[in-house]
Design a protein around this ligand. Structure first.
Ligand code: ZN
Length: 408
């Protein structure tokens, strides 16, 4: 597992040549133990930033490091600035034509109110007050189609460092020169897929998912080259030890852009999904200190089953029923019970979604432990005489999935 993470130790951003390279590495790894793998492409709505300029003019003058959101509208103007706390209606009143300083992100729920306020643009912060330039990045946002599609007009948005947003609020920045030039385009992302046919119940399918993409600037070793490596070892194991049920493996692209790879897979394989009885998703692993988890987006019986079998076999695993923000969601949304497994790194001892998520903080021993935990569950499900979980999603979980998808 560690060796595969080493091969994937580079930024693997949705729709880039690097993501395509990661897909080829994963497909080649499957081929190395005689498992055929295919690469399935799908289109994504993407955007690029051609120019960003932000200079506060009053009551002080300063040029700030800034980056436009991808898929932002363009702007070239001198405008007033207003701090619109929380993007609340009462704070947005009177912001038309001005740049808004926002202390929160641009969420799907807030987007329509922000558009309605007709600001010249929205300025949000990234990172924290104490970030050091030499080991952090200004990470630009993206106005995802799932967020912008609710409104006809496109917002204009840019990101600054949090300390700079803080300074603008504290110093009462009131006027600025802003220039944003962006371009929308359709991009191509991909999933790597492979299948091992079941020897006894070939029509009952269990799907393993793990996303292979990372976010900007991040080598994504913990999130989620580690999960990709764990399901690769399961693929190797089951190729050598044929399972009773059919096992599908999906290394998904563009998870970080809104679960796009798993959504595309579910959409493209609706017949197969009807026969899919369980999804086992692995997202996050490898932290030396932390805790292993199993989050069941499905019937409570399954969480009890996992809890008991893990205790029985000496694995310490936190088990609960909930949604988990990862590739399990499109499967559960299609009626397939899903379990997300992996390991949360201890706070302060693990990093996610930044350049700090690197190989230095992943250990082979930790991967081995979490990998064995997941293998235990995978083997039981792959070879059970009767699968101990019904293909159904309880109503309370259905509601949580709907709420999750409405937010994203
Ligand atoms: Zn992830």
């Amino acid at each position: 597992m560690y060796e595969l993470i080493k091969k994937l130790d580079f930024v693997r951003l949705s729709g880039t040549e690097d993501e395509a390279r990661a897909a080829r590495i994963i497909a080649a790894e499957c081929t190395s133990f005689s498992l055929d793998a295919g690469i399935e492409t799908f289109p994504t709505q993407d955007g690029e930033v051609l120019e960003t300029y932000l200079e506060v003019l009053e009551p002080y003058r300063k040029v700030y490091e800034a980056v436009a959101h991808r898929r932002s509208a363009c702007l070239d103007a001198e405008v007033g600035i207003e701090y619109a706390e929380d993007g609340l209606d009462v704070n947005l009143a009177g912001c038309a034509g001005k740049a808004i300083l926002l202390n929160t992100g641009i969420t799907k729920q807030k987007y329509p109110a922000l558009v309605k306020a007709k600001p010249a643009c929205v300025i949000v912060g990234n990172g924290d007050l104490l970030d050091r330039d030499e080991d952090t990045d200004l990470i630009g946002g993206m106005l995802r189609p799932s967020v912008t599609d609710s409104c006809e007009e496109r917002l204009c948005a840019l990101t600054v460092r949090m300390r700079d947003l803080y300074e603008m609020i504290v110093k009462g920045a009131s006027r600025a020169k802003i220039k944003l030039v962006t371009r929308d385009f359709e991009n191509t992302s991909r999933n790597v897929t492979a299948c091992i046919k079941g020897t006894e119940y070939p029509d009952e399918i269990i799907t393993f998912t793990a996303h292979m993409d990372s976010v900007q600037f991040s080598h994504g070793c913990y999130d989620n080259a580690a999960g990709s490596a764990i399901i690769m070892e399961l693929a190797r194991h089951f190729t050598q030890n044929p399972p009773a049920r059919t096992l599908r493996f999906v290394w998904a692209g563009s998870e970080e852009r809104g679960l796009l790879g798993s959504k595309a897979f579910v959409k493209a394989h609706d017949e197969e999904i009807k026969n899919t009885r369980l999804c086992i998703n692995v997202d996050l692993a490898g932290s030396p200190a932390g805790r292993d988890f199993a989050i069941v987006t499905g019937p409570d019986e399954l969480s009890k089953h996992i809890d008991m079998s893990m205790k029985e076999n000496g694995f310490a695993v936190e088990v609960k029923c909930d949604t988990y923000s990862s590739d399990c969601i499109p499967f559960a949304d299609a009626g397939v019970p899903a379990v997300s497994m992996g390991r949360f790194g201890a706070p302060g001892m693990s990093y996610i979604h930044s350049r700090r998520d690197k190989l230095d903080y992943v250990s082979a021993a930790s991967l081995a432990r979490t990998g064995k935990m997941i293998k235990l569950f995978a083997e039981r499900m792959a070879n059970a005489r009767v699968l101990p979980v019904e293909r159904k999603i309880p109503d309370d979980i259905k509601k949580k999935i709907a709420d999750y998808l409405a937010k994203k």
